[in-house]
Design a protein around this ligand. Structure first.
Ligand code: 173
Length: 322
């Protein structure tokens, strides 16, 4: 072998080593969901984790520590903000104590791809960076209405004398309709119904069967209102420590996660049928009564946000409304 050839091989070897040395090691991110494992609120997030772990070998892996057994739902916001976990699947209603604007995302009248196009995502992400110390990676639950479920019959939108289980999602609306409210995490809804502590509850069209609530639910009120929001947040310090390739990869996975919205919409239809088959009757407001019901929901929803955040509420309203 001549001398030039030996030098050539050595040089290639050195470049190879150099490239390996600058490439970041695989990073493992700790993740939690604010909803029970394998229930409606966690489904899309869990598919996202599986895909990241399958395609991110050598780059990014996710260590999923689970749902509310790992961290109570109303503490998940704080856990991702402080870096106790790197990634959280959580709804804004669960961390209004940190930033009141969080609950505004339920008022979005168009799906996430449109919010990415019209500048809303950018505004949201910057706000979440600043107030929550997180990167707003993706929306894992979208395009789904919330409903009022009841065990007492009503014939008009008047909840006077009724006690309803809520989170911040429903508080202003149910109170505006005359109801009395009591806040619980999802894990306490079954017991509250069983003991007759509440006459009903707010929940999406999907997920009533997950924790057995259909056994204790007589009616669903139609129409639904708002748009379910659960999002994937990444601790901002963690996000900044990732390299470009890792961030690009997670962004690509985030967009894939949002394409699962089509499956969510199909599940919503299936669950509507399943509720009827399980004997949950509908109390349906029609025509103008239905319109007024939904209009009222948005009106008091935005009032609530704007009164708590005069700085960002009005701009969020513009960006999220049709
Ligand atoms: O617990 C709730 O009713 C709630 O706030 C919520 C939010 C998003 C998805 C599911 C439930």
């Amino acid at each position: 072998m001549n001398a030039w050839r030996i030098v050539g091989i050595a040089a290639v070897g050195a470049i190879g080593l150099g490239a390996a040395a600058v490439q970041a090691a695989e990073v493992t991110l700790k993740a939690v969901s604010s909803f029970a494992e394998k229930t409606a609120g966690s489904l899309n997030f869990e598919k996202f984790i599986d895909k990241v772990n399958a395609e991110g070998k050598g780059l990014v892996q996710i260590n999923y520590i689970g749902g509310p057994k790992a961290i109570p739902p109303f503490e998940v916001g704080n856990a991702v903000r402080s870096g106790v976990v790197d990634i959280a699947n959580v709804t804004g209603a669960f961390y209004t104590n940190i930033m009141p604007e969080s609950d505004a995302l339920k008022l979005a009248q168009m799906p996430m791809p449109e919010l990415r196009r019209n500048g809303a995502w950018d505004y949201i992400n910057r706000l979440w960076n600043e107030k929550m110390n997180v990167w707003y990676l993706a929306r894992s639950w979208d395009s789904t209405p919330f409903h009022l479920y009841l065990n007492k019959k009503i014939d008009k939108p008047d909840l006077t004398g009724l006690k309803l289980r809520i989170t911040p999602v429903y508080r202003d609306f149910f109170q505006a309709l005359g109801g009395t409210v009591v806040q619980t995490p999802p894990g306490e809804v079954y017991t509250a119904l069983e003991r007759g502590v509440v006459d009903g509850y707010g929940w999406p069209i999907q997920g009533v069967f997950d924790l057995g609530w259909h056994e204790k639910t007589k009616y669903r009120v139609d129409p639904g209102f708002y748009n379910v929001e659960v999002s994937v947040l990444v601790n901002l310090n963690t996000w900044r420590r990732l390299d470009d390739k890792q961030r690009e990869f997670l962004n690509r996975m985030a967009l894939w996660l949002e394409t699962l919205d089509a499956e969510t919409i199909q599940r919503n239809e299936a669950e509507r049928k399943r509720q009827a088959e399980a004997g949950i009757q509908t109390i349906a407001f029609e025509g103008q009564a239905a319109e007024a019901f939904v209009r009222k929901a948005y009106e008091v929803g935005w009032q609530g946000i704007i009164s708590k955040s005069p700085e960002h509420g009005p701009r969020l309203r513009q960006l999220l409304s049709k």
